[in-house]
Design a protein around this ligand. Sequence first.
Ligand code: ADP
Length: 272
Amino acid sequence: MSIEVRDVSYVYEEGSPHSKAALDHVSLTIEKGEFIGIIGHTGSGKSTLIQHLNGLLKPSHGEILYDDVNILEHKENLRQLRQKVGLVFQYPEHQLFEMTIWKDVAFGPTNMRLPQDEINRRVENALSMVGISSDFYQKSPFELSGGQKRRVAIAGVLAMEPDYLILDEPTAGLDPMGRDAILGKVMELHRELGMTVVLVSHSMEDVARYVNRIIVMDEGTVKFDGEPRAVFSHRDELEAMGLGVPQVTKLGSLLQNRGFRMEDTVLTVDQM
Ligand code: ADP
């Protein structure tokens, strides 16, 4: 299973005096089971790219293939495909609106007209995946802290049981504890359930700590795409793009957290 972005360009307001090229001939493939970080400074095209992955935006040029089939011609319609490619927008908690946490998470599965016991199973499962216990089910989402609200919003997407989970800046605006809690949960979804995750971030440190592959966006193009240590070896170029590479001292422990051996770590530091 895969999503392939093939030679995709995208222009906002094409043909108008305000037209803006946001993606410029981007090609990449996301295989099932990967944990990918997409990084780049503001305006580099990250959000535009991920909105193509589930058909929310249609390429001005090129195509998006889901399991080798152009998503615009996929046998399942775009609505069904959007359930398989779950997109968590920035500040997703702004979209919470139901009276209770349970109802909010049930919103998507209810719209899918699933049987009630399947809805219940999905809601409970999704909330447990993000670490929200049953004591909270009947509470208002507005009683929660910022980090907890965000976890409920993420559960709303997980309840659709997507094959791919794409998160746009999931830690934006959270304090360090909230940030670690969210990233830790996302890591668990990947490690323990094998979920394919695409994490958009402007923090190289967050990305370095968790992902297996980093895609660096710059001015609508893919500048680098590879394993973290291969990407970090381009330190000067990354710094010129305004992307801080984790400090050498921290990098060793970050890589070790992710299962690298000390020899690999030393090698990486030497390469930098
Ligand atoms: P990022 O997510 O990396 O911050 P975006 O994909 O949001 O980047 O933006 C890429 C470029 O497209 C930027 O120059 C941005 O100003 C422009 N852009 C984004 N959204 C719109 C929009 N709705 N209308 C016009 N231009 C847009």
